[in-house]
Design a binder for this molecule. Structure first.
Ligand SMILES: Cc1cc2nc3c(=O)[nH]c(=O)nc-3n(C[C@H](O)[C@H](O)[C@H](O)COP(=O)(O)O)c2cc1C
Length: 174
């Protein structure tokens, strides 16, 4: 897939089939994360945790459930693969930016592979507070989970981005 096509097709998927992704696809997604730009090249300050174990996924969904209009909902939308991205929080605030680059690269690779995926941040606040869950996920103690990518097969087709429409404000200094 060409870059422009992947950019057009990348959407946040919130409906997944109950079907696991292929190992080869997972490897490519992880590789894409590893090609992301990271401040001062400090890749050692980022850590990925790939969760595909159904019991752990159910536990994450229940212990980190989000609430919308008074209703609890599954923050990973039933996706069969969840990739948590953790970082060593340093004095400078680049950790969040680094993690965002890693997640976005994996999001685009998932799109390229014809998979559905979504950048997740909201439920992380519950995970951060849950020391037992972080420990059971074997997230190294010096790392803090900051974001995640949920991946699977999209249950329904997603609308592509308009190839002309601009949504972000802009000014030019000529
Ligand atoms: C930093 C960040 C955090 C996000 N967190 C969540 C989240 O917790 N839950 C969710 O459903 N979507 C989340 N999203 C997805 C956005 O809602 C989505 O990207 C945006 O509405 C644009 O839609 P699109 O991705 O389909 O183009 C997040 C996106 C980003 C970049």
């Amino acid at each position: 897939m060409e870059t422009k096509e992947a950019l057009r097709k990348r959407r946040s998927c919130r409906h997944f089939l109950n079907k696991q992704i292929a190992k080869t696809d997972l490897q490519q997604i992880i590789w894409a994360g590893n090609t992301a730009p990271v401040g001062m090249g400090k890749y050692q300050n980022i850590h990925l945790t790939v969760v595909q174990n159904t019991e752990m996924l159910a536990r994450l969904s229940s212990e980190c459930a989000e609430t919308w209009n008074g209703q609890r909902f599954d923050p990973r939308y039933g996706a069969p693969t969840l990739i948590l991205v953790s970082a060593v929080l340093e004095k400078e605030p680049t950790a969040y930016a680094n993690v965002a680059c890693v997640v976005e690269n994996m999001h685009l690779m998932a799109t390229d592979l014809g998979l559905g995926s979504i950048y997740l941040w909201g439920f992380i606040k519950y995970l951060k507070q849950n020391e037992k869950l972080k420990c059971d996920l074997s997230i190294p103690s010096e790392f803090e989970p900051l974001s995640a990518l949920a991946v699977g097969y999209a249950a329904k087709p997603m609308k592509e981005h308009d190839s002309k429409k601009l949504k972000i404000g802009i000014n030019f200094i000529d």
